[in-house]
Design a protein around this ligand. Structure first.
Ligand code: SF4
Length: 113
């Protein structure tokens, strides 16, 4: 049995996942069952961070991926964020890095600047 905490909502259910059958116990809702199975087979994460921005009211702009990426790609995504420089004006939701790190996710602005 693999034990983990569901990150689907603040309730933080403690899950037990059978590594052989992928049966999930301890989840209050179906999201936890999906999360538990995915954590053992193909863990995914939304990546948040900041990028440099020129001409804005701050030096850094909050960004995030617009969908989850494989957990194994998180550092590649962060590396691309670290190299990227945005130029103001930027609109919230604007795609800044398309297909980041070879995934089908984009890095988008989390706010206007
Ligand atoms: S199993 Fe459902 S209720 Fe429990 S933490 Fe996950 S999302 Fe929240």
């Amino acid at each position: 049995m693999k034990q983990m905490v569901c990150i689907g909502c603040p309730r933080g259910c403690h899950l037990e996942v059978d590594e052989a059958t992928l049966e999930v116990k301890g989840n209050f809702c179906p999201t936890g069952a999906t999360y538990g199975k995915n954590e053992l087979t193909n863990p995914m994460r939304t990546v948040t961070g900041t990028v440099s921005i020129v001409g804005g009211v701050h030096n850094r702009l909050a960004v995030r991926t617009d969908k989850q990426v494989p957990k194994s790609k998180m550092f590649d995504v962060v590396n691309e964020m670290n190299k990227y420089v945005a130029h103001s004006p930027v609109k919230m939701g604007e795609v800044l890095i398309a297909g980041v790190a070879g995934t089908d996710a984009n890095v988008v602005a989390s706010r206007d600047m």
